[in-house]
Design a protein around this ligand. Sequence first.
Ligand code: TYD
Ligand code: MG
Length: 470
Amino acid sequence: MAKAKTAYVCNECGSDYSKWQGQCGDCNAWNSLQEIRLAPAGGHVSASTRVSAAKGYAGVASQLQDLSEVDVESMPRLNTGIGELDRVLGGGLVAGSAILIGGHPGAGKSTLLLQLMCSLAQTMPALYVTGEESLQQVALRAHRLELPTSNLKMLTETDVEAILATCAQLQPRLIVVDSIQVVQLADISSAPGSVSQVRESAAALIRYAKQSNAILLLVGHVTKDGSIAGPKVLEHMIDCSLQLEGDNDSRYRTLRSHKNRFGAVNELGVFAMMENGLKEVKNPSSIFLSRGDTSAAGSLVMVIWEGTRPLLVELQALVDDSQMNNPRRVAIGLDQNRLTMLLAVLHRHGGLHTGDQDVFVNVVGGVRVSETGADLAMLLAIVSSLRDRALDQNLVVFGEVGLSGEIRPVPSGQERIREAAKHGFTRAIVPIANVPKTSTSKAKNGARIDDIDNMEIIGVRTLQEALEAL
Ligand code: TYD
Ligand code: MG
C-alpha cells in the first residue's frame, strides 16, 4: 500500500505547504496551518468510480485544442423552475458543475434544495444525500410542502465512498449532499468537518461530478463571520458559490452568488420563507418598501443596483443627542466606515454638525447594501432626522458623494429612475449626470419613457444643492 503523505494547508487561503510554519506565506494569517493527511493517489475512491490521478479535478484527460473548436453547444442550461435561483446562477444549472450553497443554520438551504430536487426529479434521475436529517424528517417536510415525492432517490449516508458507489449505480444527473461538513472519507483520520475531510471529500465528489457530467450541489455551513466553515479551499474547487442570507426573524431570504464560473456575480435573488416553503419574490422592490400613510422623519427610499436590476429599499436614520463621550455611529446593512466619512462630508460641506449626536442608519428588510449609490440617500435621511422634518413620501434618492461634497453619477441611472416611476414615485433627487436626456432617450425607446416624463427629476451637483433641493 502506498504510504500516506501529509501536507499543511492554510485554513484562511488554502495554500499548501510541505512543512508546518507559524504564519501562512501567502495570506500572512497566523496559526492557520493545519496538517492534512493526503490519501494515496486515487486510493480513496472505489475502483468503479476511480478517476486516474492524472485527470485532476476536471475529470477528463487533457488534450490540445483550439479555443474556437471547443464545443459550447453541449453545455445547455438546465432551468430549475425557480426563477430567482436561475437568475443568480446566471441562467440555470450547467451539467458537470459543482455548486456550493452556504448559509446560517435555519436559512432554508435544505428547504430550497428539497423543493428544487422534488420538481427536477420528475424529469431526470436525482439523488438527495442527507447526512444531517433523517429520512422521516425530510419526507415529513416534503409532504407538508406538498411536493411531488416520487422519483427522488434518498440516501442517508456520510461515507463518501458509499455515496460515490450509489452514484455509480444510479447514474443521477443531479446530486445534493447535505452537508459537506458531515461527510467523510474513511482513509482520512481526522473528524468530519475538519480541513482535510472537507477538502478531500469535496474533491472526490467534485471529481465524480465532472467525470460523469452530473450536477453536484453541496450544502455548506457558514461560521459566525460568514465564511464557509472548514477550509477556504472549497471555494477554489467549486464552480459556483451561493449564499442564502437573512435573519431568522425576518421572512425574507436573499440568495447571492459570490463566485460563478458561468455567470455574473452579485446577482441577487429574493425569497420569502412561508408556511409552505421558500417562495420566490418576483417583484422584490415592493417588499422592501413599507410605505404607510404618514411619513416619518429620517425615512427615505433609495434605488440601489443589485446585479442586473434596480431595487427600491427604504433607509432609516436616527440622530439623537449622545450620552457618551464617544457618540455612536451604527450602520446596519451599510458600511460603517462610509457612514463616518459621510458625516465628515456633511459637517465640512453641508455645515451640519453631528459630533455630539448618536447616528444610527438601517436598511429596512435586512438587505445589505454595498454600493456607493446609497451615499446621498444616507446623508439626506440623516439630515431629515437631525432636523426632525419628514421628507416627501414620493421622493426617491440615489447618488455617490465624494469627499469634496460633489455628487457623483452612478451606473444605470435611467433604469433606476424608471423602476421608481413604476412604483409610483413622482420626485427624484439624483446626480446631475444621471438625469435622463429626454430627447435622446425618447428616440431610443419611445414607449417606456412616458412614466419618467411624469416625474420631477432634480439633478444636483453638490451636497449644498441637494440640501437646497430638499
Ligand atoms: P432549513 O431548510 O432546515 O434550513 P437549513 O437547512 O438552512 O439549516 O429551514 C429552516 C427554517 O425554515 C426552519 O427554522 C423553519 C423554517 N421553515 C418555514 O418557516 N416554513 C417551511 O415551510 C419550512 C420547510 C421551514
Ligand atoms: Mg439543513
